[in-house]
Design a protein. Structure first.
Length: 229
């Protein structure tokens, strides 16, 4: 007796069905993995929303002058990429009225009056994470001379090399600020203010340094710093 094997019972057909079934299993598994991953990402984002909201509340007032990405404007310095310990120390200086030039009195004293140490630390940490961009607003023709002053100082005027404290790339360290890429106009104004007697504290060498620099030397130095990346 001959037994007819139907098309559906043939080995090749069964193998094909098995392969198609395994493909469906793999696709289902991949979808489940993707769903779990998406759910995990959703939970991660959701968990950061309160922190982001608080962060936004703290930085909102800063961005009016320092820019939404902390890159600064002409007279308001770039905060992006700045040393967090330096930012904390400057907030403290504003609060204690040590940093006392006219613009600081007019804007910063009141801006930080209610800012406690914890909030200052959080703000400093936040801005330190933002990649800084160079201002590029100096005079390029003076940059070479400015670099010489930065790297070698001015021995005849008893001005030490700036890199000794601020680092070879003007990156700063701990409470010593990053100068690289800051606005030429801002840095020039700061040096002029030190020379005029503002921000004087016994532990800072900057008033002496500023008074030892001639106007053209300040122009060259601050131009060079504005181009550092």
């Amino acid at each position: 007796m001959n037994v007819e094997v139907s098309h559906e019972m043939r080995p090749s057909s069964l193998l094909g069905k098995s392969v198609r079934f395994m493909k469906r299993v793999v696709r289902t598994s991949s979808l489940l993995k993707s769903a779990r991953l998406n759910w995990a990402l959703l939970m991660l984002v959701a968990s950061t929303i309160p922190a982001l909201a608080g962060e936004h509340g703290m930085v909102r007032n800063c961005t009016w002058c320092h820019g939404t990405s902390g890159q600064g404007y002409t007279v308001a310095p770039r905060l992006a990429g700045q040393r967090p310990l330096y930012v904390e120390s400057q907030i403290r200086s504003f609060r204690e009225h040590i940093r006392d030039n006219p613009l600081s009195r007019q804007y910063m004293w009141s801006a930080v009056a209610a800012l406690g140490p914890g909030a200052a630390r959080d703000l400093a940490a936040y801005f330190a994470t933002i990649p800084p961009k160079p201002a590029d607003d100096g005079d390029w023709a003076l940059a070479a001379r400015g670099r010489t002053i930065y790297m070698e100082g001015i021995p005849e005027a008893n001005v030490a090399a700036c890199y000794a404290c601020h680092g070879p790339n003007a990156e700063g360290i701990r409470e010593i600020p990053r100068l690289g890429g800051l606005s030429h106009d801002y840095l020039k104004a700061r040096l002029q203010q030190w020379g005029q007697g503002y921000h004087s504290v016994a532990s800072s060498p900057m008033p002496i340094v500023a008074r030892s620099l001639a106007p053209d030397e300040i122009e060259a130095l601050t131009s060079y710093l504005s181009f550092i990346r």
